[in-house]
Design a protein around this ligand. Structure first.
Ligand SMILES: Nc1ncnc2c1ncn2[C@@H]1O[C@H](COP(=O)(O)OP(=O)(O)OP(=O)(O)O)[C@@H](O)[C@H]1O
Length: 760
């Protein structure tokens, strides 16, 4: 367990303290006392112990009797440590959390790190394991600085139990321990043996139990088990006994006492139960980012004539506070100076520790050859494999999500093939035929028109134009009453009058608000007339062009481009999906962090939660919509013939639909990954089937019904009607878009509320 790895052997540190370690027996160690305590005992008025005071205290320590006492109290050579922190500083922005902190964890001992909430214990532990970088000072862990090339800290030499548990909810207990076993390079047999021991020792349920179904205390024990798994040389435990019953708590401490007995394992443990730390060999009392005292618990208590460690700690804090307030009233040597010394890095005092922690102490230099460095930075296949297996196990636990992921591309590509690029079917076109004879060319011509794509509705001139203005028909095909005779003239005479050309042409009026449909109609008419000419007239004809005259479109223009068609639908789709994105994770995260439950317990109802999310996100989408409209109308100059107010309301309502849909996802799904998958997975199919990229009229029939039921199909049509036809709410196609949107909003909100209610 403790044998140095090959990579370690290649390292050449100038100092190798670990090699000279000897196990310490706590009973043989005199007390290391805090400066505050000592100064108090010596009756010194100016003793201080606040965060900025570590420095001053150290200076006094160097001079006074206290120093002699402390040095006499040294347990052994200063190399006999598992962890040594010297002058460690760490800030979060302007907040100084660790302030010239000095701490020594003797080898083979339990070190209880005590201190009030927020004093910096977790920050210190993170610095020790190397997940946080220190701003100043140096830390040595098991002989080298953390994260030094070739050093197994972080790595298998250290078992770390973080405060926030950090477990995979979809894993079973067995999966969790197996995963960490793989990372640490344990064989299956070793992992199994350790797992059986830990499950029994930590009183865990059977190994097939899912972490997500465990109680808070059980999860904490699984997390502790993961830290103990590889029998590390150093155990760093951040509040392992919180939420653990007293019997198990005492068992854990017994175990810790047992594992350090060999002298090969060292432990640093933080706890809020100060009294349990009496079982530690050394306690460090931390406050405001530095240590107030460090020593065996009995010695600390004795020094304060306290019967409990908690009492001793309280006294230390009080002394520190009193001294802090005294010092606060003396500006010259006050906080400013100390703060400056912190920043300048010139302060060399040692606040509490007497174990050779002087500034004069040389910082050991470590070096590693290039092979070790290269190996350190290169990815390790063992870890990659372990992480990949972890991902696969998680996937296995979410089969629904996995199937969705597998099928999604197939569904999407199928939808594209079915719905994009095809010809429209059943497009209604009004035919105004003023020729009555069944043998007329007009009848013959119309018979060549593809009936599956174009549905002819024979009407009077007035009805036909009323129909196209009401968007009932996509076009009007008109034949004059002398069409046949004029067309015949055009065929047989080289030169004909304008009247003959006009009378012998088919007149076509199209609605160009939907470019794809208009172009398809043009194409179908051309094909029909080409077939008619080929069939009926042959090569004898003098006709140089097909007898079709496309009149000025009823709506839109002949130059209408694809962008104009796509923009209204795209605007709605963008608004809808941005809104989905804003809310799809809201409950997932809140539920995970227990915030939802907390609000419910405080009396907040599901509907109130929904509405609050809705209203707060409305602000975001309103700004998005304003910017969106400014761009499409002013920068890209999209036409808008209708009311801007209606345009804005419709887009906002679509945003609300997106929010409500996001809330449905959020209330129905528990983990972020699946919620993201659902939101993203639905995006593409919806875009394709809603007729945003390609007209709904081109979608094959069973799918077209689905399309019409979607929230954006009628809404995009309504927006096109407002913007390109200039229509208002009196038109069915406009109010239908609003009604469908409102209907979906209500449905989604009710659904989300019901799901949320049912799941609590
Ligand atoms: N990521 C961060 N960003 C900014 N400040 C932080 C961050 N993490 C911690 N802090 C702050 O640093 C200080 C020390 O936090 P830390 O978590 O180390 O305290 P602690 O002693 O472990 O507390 P507790 O016993 O409650 O867990 C606190 O004031 C905290 O607000």
């Amino acid at each position: 367990m403790c044998t140095p790895s090959g990579s370690e052997a290649e390292m050449q540190p100038d100092k190798t303290p670990r090699n000279r370690r000897t196990a310490l027996k706590s009973s043989s160690r005199p007390a290391l006392l805090s400066a505050a305590m000592a100064a108090e005992a010596a009756g010194r008025d100016d003793a201080t112990a606040g965060p900025e005071d570590c420095t001053e205290m150290g200076e006094r320590l160097k001079d006074g009797n206290m120093k002699a006492d402390l040095e006499a109290a040294l347990p052994a050579g200063r190399e006999d440590f598992a962890i040594q922190c010297r002058d460690v500083c760490r800030s979060y922005g302007k907040l100084k959390v660790l302030n010239n902190l000095n701490l020594t964890v003797p080898q083979g001992q339990i070190y209880g790190l005590l201190g009030p909430s927020g004093c910096g214990k977790t920050t210190l532990l993170k610095c020790i394991v190397g997940t946080l970088k220190i701003s100043r000072g140096h830390i040595t862990v098991l002989g080298k600085p953390p994260a030094f090339p070739g050093h197994d800290v972080p790595g298998k030499m250290v078992g770390y139990m973080p405060q926030e548990l950090a477990l995979y909810n979809e894993f079973t207990i067995g999966d969790t321990l197996t995963f960490f076993g793989r990372i640490h390079g344990l064989t299956r047999k070793e992992t199994k043996a350790r797992m059986d021991f830990l499950i029994d020792f930590l009183d865990l349920p059977q190994k097939t139990s899912l972490v997500r179904n465990l109680s808070g205390g059980q999860r904490r024990r699984v997390s502790l088990g993961a830290a103990l798994l590889q029998n590390p040389e150093l155990l760093i435990l951040d509040e392992p006994t919180v939420g653990v019953d007293p019997v198990l708590r005492s068992k854990i401490w017994q175990h810790l006492v047992e594992i350090v007995r060999t002298g090969k394992v060292s432990v640093i443990i933080t706890t809020h139960y100060i009294e349990e730390a009496r079982q530690a060999n050394v306690v460090g009392l931390m406050r405001n980012g530095c240590l107030l005292a460090e020593g065996p618990p009995d010695a600390v208590m004795k020094q304060h004539s306290a019967t409990t460690l908690e009492h001793a700690f309280l006294q230390l804090c009080e002394t520190s506070d009193q001294n802090g307030s005294k010092r606060g009233s003396s500006p010259p040597g006050g906080p400013l100076e100390n703060s400056q010394s912190f920043e300048s890095g010139k302060d060399e005092s040692r606040p509490i520790l007497a174990v050779g922690a002087g500034a004069a102490e040389e910082v050991p230099k470590y070096s590693a050859d290039w092979k070790v460095r290269a190996r350190h930075f290169l990815p390790k296949w063992r870890n990659i494999a372990a992480l990949m297996i972890k991902t696969m196990v998680r996937m296995k636990r979410l089969p629904g999500s996995l199937c969705f992921q597998f099928l999604l591309p197939v569904i999407q590509v199928s939808l594209i093939c079915l719905c994009v690029g095809g010809d429209p079917k059943g497009i209604q076109v009004a035919v105004v035929n003023n020729e009555t004879s069944p043998t007329a060319y007009s009848q013959s011509l119309l018979s060549f028109l593809d009936n599956t794509s174009v549905q002819q509705v024979h009407l009077s001139h007035e009805e036909a134009f009323d129909g196209i203005y009401n968007a009932e028909y996509w076009g009007v095909i008109g034949f004059g009453k002398n069409f046949t005779s004029y067309l015949t003239k055009r065929m047989i005479q080289r030169q004909v009058s304008r009247e003959v050309v006009d009378g012998g042409s088919v007149h076509v009026w199209l609605d160009f608000t939907n470019r794809q449909i208009a172009l398809m109609l043009q194409k179908k008419l051309h094909e029909a007339f080409q077939a008619f000419v080929d069939n009926k007239l042959g090569s004898m004809s003098y006709l140089v062009s097909l007898p079709i005259k496309f009149e000025e479109p009823i709506y839109g223009s002949l130059n209408t481009d694809f962008t104009t068609f796509v923009t209204p639908g795209a605007v709605l789709s963008i608004t809808f999906y941005l809104a989905v994105g804003l809310t799809a994770l809201s409950f997932v995260l809140e539920r995970k962090e227990g915030l939802l439950d907390r609000c419910w317990v405080a009396g907040v109802s599901s509907l109130e939660t929904m509405l609050a999310h809705l209203f707060s996100q409305l602000f975001v989408i309103s700004v998005q919509i304003i910017l969106l409209l400014l761009f499409i109308l002013l920068v890209f100059k999209m036409p808008n013939e209708g009311s801007l107010v209606l345009v804005i309301i419709l887009i906002v309502l679509q945003g609300v639909t997106g929010i409500s849909f996001g809330l449905v996802i959020s209330s129905a799904i528990d983990d972020e990954q699946s919620a993201n998958q659902a939101a993203l997975g639905i995006f593409y199919p919806n875009l394709i089937i809603s007729g945003i990229i390609w007209p709904v009229e081109c979608i094959p029939y069973p799918l077209r019904y689905l399309s019409l039921a979607l929230p954006q199909t009628y809404a995009s049509e309504a927006l096109r009607c407002i913007m390109y036809r200039g229509w208002g709410l009196s038109r069915m196609m406009v109010w239908r878009g609003f009604a469908v949107t409102l209907g979906w909003n209500t449905f989604f909100l009710i659904l989300a509320t019901v799901i949320l209610k049912l799941r609590t």
